[in-house]
Design a protein around this ligand. Sequence first.
Ligand SMILES: O=C(O)C[C@H](O)C(=O)O
Ligand code: SF4
Length: 512
Amino acid sequence: MENFYESMYKLIVETSTNLPKDVRRAIAAAKLKESAGTRSAMSLATITNNIKMADDNISPICQDTGLPTFKLKVPVGANQIKMIEEIKRAISQATKDGKLRPNSVDSITGDNSGDNLGEGTPVIKFEQWEKDYIDARLILKGGGCENKNIQYSLPCELEGLGRAGRDLDGIRKCIMHSVYQAQGQGCSAGFIGVGIGGDRTSGYELAKEQLFRRVDDVNEHEDLKKLEEYVLEHANELGIGTMGFGGETTLLGCKIGVINRIPASFFVSVAYNCWAYRRLGVYLNPETGAINEWLYQDGDEIDFGQDEVAAAEEQTKQTREVVLEAPISEEQIRSLKVGDVVRINGMMYTGRDAIHKYLSENDSPVDLNGQIIYHCGPVMMKDKDGQYHVKAAGPTTSIREEPYQGDIMKRFGIRAVIGKGGMGPKTLQALQEHGGVYLNAIGGAAQYYADCIKSVEGVDLMQFGIPEAMWHLKVEGFTAVVTMDAHGNSLHADVDKSSLEKLSKFKDPVFK
Ligand SMILES: O=C(O)C[C@H](O)C(=O)O
Ligand code: SF4
């Protein structure tokens, strides 16, 4: 097994940096459907540009490289203990090399292990089989989309859809609802894996297993095939769109599996995956561990070319564009409206979960008056001289900061927050009272935003670990869209409301 370590290292790096071809094809098809000039089209252009940049830079497509999950099928007698050791070594090295973000956090103390190793991380699952080669697959599923997974226990009442009973039609309603409830927060357009049956654990297992299917495969189960086609067609009529901006493409794939259940339980489990659907696989020689074949990578190459940048820029030109540079005045902020595109130059400070909690109880290490907070947990690398460099830096889901955001903005005089997926009524009210805006950046576009960051000027609160520290970033041409303004408008609330109305059109029985 002299090549096994190297093969696992390659699998990790490729999965993090090179989006599989079947996923690229789905994104390319979605792009054709969005009309030019819309916010969704602009976001998709940024996404495809980002995919291309990750290819070129061999850097993470999205900064959140998830909880690495390996699934291996091995011939009888293969040494699994040795394989686990080598996988862990490869994970640790890939983290050192900036291909994975240090993501393993002690759930009680909050300490980041720094190398992606720790109790329960990575996840490595083995199965034995009679074949004479190893099938090794890896999925890097980020936290934002993971948080949008949902499990239904039938029968249940669903908003917009009424009762979902213990039959195929009840299942249909749950799946449609799962797409609605995710809105743009899991970086839509997304993919879903659905598990019908099992218990709470095996149901989710089955749902996640579906994410290892090819995007373009066809379900062998006749009813499930019909259900997959139905969901894919109609979920795209919900009008949620890329990043929840509204638009034609909300869902890029739907895969459904079924297992038996016990009489009292009837679960429908849904695993939501963002557009940054990073899963790859390899067939390995069982003696040497060398790679014989890559999976999901056959078929036409979709190379999202450099014209994506020009297209994205062209599209932003059609919208009102405002340049912002901190410190920002209240007057300037109040002049912004939902739909405006802003280009930010100068300083911004990252702050996510740990920082928001910290700022609610402590003073800020820097003066945040008139400043911009970026909900972001970057991938950083330190050079020989101790200088940090940004390797990937897209936004994180903002709604988690809802309990803190409004108060913190008022207390420290923060004028703008950047994130993705939008925030709730408490923040909206604070924006209005205090004079603030919420800016939506394109989730997953970690290379695109890393490129806008010209230097790391400092860092505070490093005790929270790299993703959670407060990074002082100097940016140029950092583009985002105003989706919540100081006049009480929220694009997120509007899209939620209109998509709920659309969802209710799917109330009547379809599968008898
Ligand atoms: O943790 C992150 O950087 C992002 C996360 O995956 C999210 O979608 O919120
Ligand atoms: S930020 Fe978006 S694209 Fe990245 S892992 Fe989270 S949900 Fe996926």
